[in-house]
Design a protein around this ligand. Structure first.
Ligand SMILES: *[C@@H]1O[C@H](CO)[C@@H](O)[C@H](O)[C@H]1NC(C)=O
Ligand SMILES: *[C@@H]1O[C@H](CO)[C@@H](O)[C@H](O)[C@H]1NC(C)=O
Length: 190
């Protein structure tokens, strides 16, 4: 074959490789991933499906983390607080957010209730005790969760009247437990 075709063939080969997006990775994480193929688990919690879409412990992201969670009817988070920003985007279903914002007490106290449903978004003020509950008995509740300052450190309350100082630290959190220590996240000064 005439060597004048070589640069052309090389370009063709390279662009064929470029079309396969799975070949492009950053920190070992492919740039484009199919959510259906990312590991999901209930981490021992009945009625939960959790997918860490972009994680600190799992993938090495430093400043934010993204989860996709699905709660079966009746499933709920524990009553808990954490010192990070947290934003929810409800994709499907409906339920109730319970939020205790009365920070002058030494316990959360009776929470406010907020109905949540498809296409609502809500955020949790830093350190406010809260609980998300699928109170719709007919449908799954699914949302994206975005948190800052991962990995998350969660303080869990047994009820709304437990003193803040008695809330129990759960760290690493359920989905961080398995890989924690194997790939310790590198934190900078943020
Ligand atoms: C994503 O993964 C699911 C499950 O493996 C598969 O059925 C689906 O076709 C995939 N989607 C694309 C666009 O590859
Ligand atoms: C959610 O709201 C956006 C903005 O109004 C709209 O484009 C979208 O269709 C809505 N989705 C659903 C499921 O209602």
């Amino acid at each position: 074959m005439d060597s004048m075709w070589m640069p052309f063939l090389l370009t063709l080969l390279l662009s064929a490789a470029a079309a396969d997006s799975s070949l492009f990775e950053a920190n070992g994480v492919p740039i484009v991933r199919n959510i259906s193929e990312i590991n999901q688990d209930n981490y021992g919690r009945l009625g939960l499906s959790h997918i860490t879409i972009a994680g600190s412990v799992m993938h090495g992201f430093k400043e934010i983390e993204v989860w996709l969670q699905t709660f079966a009817p009746g499933a709920r988070t524990p009553i808990h607080r954490h010192s990070c920003e947290e934003i929810f985007v409800v994709l499907k279903g409906s339920g109730t957010l319970y939020l205790a914002s009365d920070s002058h007490k030494n316990y959360p106290g009776s929470p406010q209730q907020f109905p949540i449903f498809t296409n609502t978004t809500f955020h949790i003020p830093i350190n406010d005790a809260h609980q998300v509950w699928n109170t719709n008995e007919h449908e799954d509740l699914q949302f994206l969760v975005i948190i800052s300052r991962p990995p998350i450190k969660v303080f869990i309350y047994e009820d709304w009247y437990m003193p803040h100082t008695a809330a129990k630290l759960k760290f690493p959190y359920y989905w961080d437990e398995l890989s924690y220590g194997q790939t310790a996240p590198v934190k900078d000064e943020l």
